[in-house]
Design a protein around this ligand. Structure first.
Ligand SMILES: Cc1cc2nc3c(=O)[nH]c(=O)nc-3n(C[C@H](O)[C@H](O)[C@H](O)COP(=O)(O)OP(=O)(O)OC[C@H]3O[C@@H](n4cnc5c(N)ncnc54)[C@H](O)[C@@H]3O)c2cc1C
Length: 376
């Protein structure tokens, strides 16, 4: 079995299969990176709360029976033959799982003219590191946290970034000299959960953060830095923290797996239209938001189905598109939204108020994953 991509989805799937089938099934896990970083750790890096090295979980530390990790770049995928070519070799698989995410190397920075010249993205570790070096010298002016296109990973993340920027500037006595705006292509910050959206909007109001709904950042003016929105209006801007247009990695696009930009799958069991080829997580158009918890849930369903089929047992319960996302509210307080995307007639999201307990729960969420995915 070959698993392409060692992110939330690939790691969960591999860990579960190793636990159940590690002595009888050979699993090759391939990723071009040498380490995994939780998406939310990028917020810690950009605001200087954690060192970049402290948030890396190195794949060389994976201790999983039956799993061999290969740090290689995938250059082509043939879903009919289930053959993968990397910069170092060729892998044939009985079962192939594509879990390559909406990869930062393939964020479409060029889709937002001016972004590379006068703006910053914080969705990659490198981008978060650059922001970390820039914000200490941002003394006054207009800051815009803006989304360039949907779908994008972790819908609450732009709101979290704005709240944490407010806190960062307040702690440095510079808040009164800065305007902060958030631009999001939705009517509210977290559409499936009115209560979460209300809490975020109340926090924005309390902290003087301007919220621009149903707008997308189309470009940045390279001469003035101004943000140009999709309706042609402009926002003055001295610090742009952006969420670039997402797309599947180029190798997935070239493989023929993607249709209309993303890999279509059967939402109940994550099969693609190619025999014995599955796809999980952000790279798919499964119908859940692009977030780690959903990629992880999808990985679990594929693992359970493979385990059941090898044992000639009943198929696993269908993927339910449920997951809990933690939301930073500043002052070390974290809220949580429990969302359900696939089991009812429409998506629902239940909000838990920000608290220190939930901040501890978020820490534990990360720790349990690293133990499960990397430990013996
Ligand atoms: C700022 C921020 C905050 C976030 N906060 C949260 C949160 O609180 N909760 C949450 O659930 N989610 C959060 N997310 C989203 C979460 O990180 C992603 O949705 C999740 O990582 C998706 O998992 P995945 O397995 O689909 O893909 P990924 O985790 O992106 O993994 C894909 C892997 O494929 C590899 N890859 C890509 N192309 C190639 C290639 N050609 N060759 C070899 N390897 C390749 C990449 O290196 C990567 O390791 C956040 C994201 C960001 C940016």
């Amino acid at each position: 079995m070959v698993v392409l991509g060692a992110g939330f989805g690939g790691l969960e799937l591999t860990a579960r299969l190793s636990a159940e089938l590690g002595h009888s099934v050979g699993i090759t896990l391939i990723d071009k990176s040498d380490s995994f970083v939780f998406g939310f750790s990028k917020l810690d890096v950009m605001f200087g709360k954690k060192q970049p090295d402290a948030v890396r979980n190195f794949y060389r530390d994976i201790r999983k029976t039956g799993v061999r990790f290969r740090c290689e770049t995938i250059v082509s995928i043939d879903p009919v033959e289930r053959r993968t070519v990397t910069d170092q070799g060729t892998y044939e698989a009985d079962v192939l799982v594509v879990a390559l995410g909406a990869d930062y190397a393939d964020y479409d920075l060029a889709a937002t003219p001016g972004l590379q010249e006068v703006g910053h993205e914080f969705y990659s570790v490198e981008g978060a590191e650059r922001v970390r070096n820039v914000i200490p010298s941002f003394e006054a002016g207009h800051a815009v946290v803006g989304v360039a296109g949907a779908p994008f990973k972790c819908p609450p993340a732009p709101s979290e970034a704005a709240i944490l920027l407010d806190e960062y500037l307040t702690q440095r006595d510079r808040r009164s000299a800065v305007d902060i705006s958030v631009v999001i292509p939705f009517g509210v910050p977290v559409p499936p959960s009115p209560a979460t959206s209300e809490a975020l909007l109340a926090t924005f109001a309390e902290r003087g953060i301007r919220f621009l709904a149903n707008r997308r950042v189309a470009a940045l003016d390279p001469s003035t830095g101004a943000v140009v929105l999709d309706d042609g209006s402009e926002l003055p801007c001295d610090l742009f923290l952006g969420i670039p247009v997402h797309r599947v990695p180029a190798v997935v696009e070239a493989s023929g797996l993607a249709v209309d930009g993303w890999v279509p799958v059967d939402p109940t069991n994550l099969t693609t239209r190619f025999r014995n080829v599955y796809s999980i997580g952000d790279v798919t158009s499964v119908g859940t938001p692009k977030a780690g918890v959903f990629a992880e849930g999808a990985g679990r369903v594929v693992a359970e189905n493979l385990i059941a089929s090898l044992a000639a047992g009943e198929p696993a319960a269908p993927y339910d598109g449920r997951g809990s996302c933690y939301i930073e509210f500043g002052h070390e307080l974290v809220g949580r939204v429990d969302v359900d995307f696939l089991t009812g007639p429409s998506a629902t999201g239940i909000f838990a108020e920000p608290s220190e307990e939930l901040a501890a729960e978020k820490e534990a969420f990360g720790a349990t994953r690293t133990e499960r995915w990397f430990g013996v």
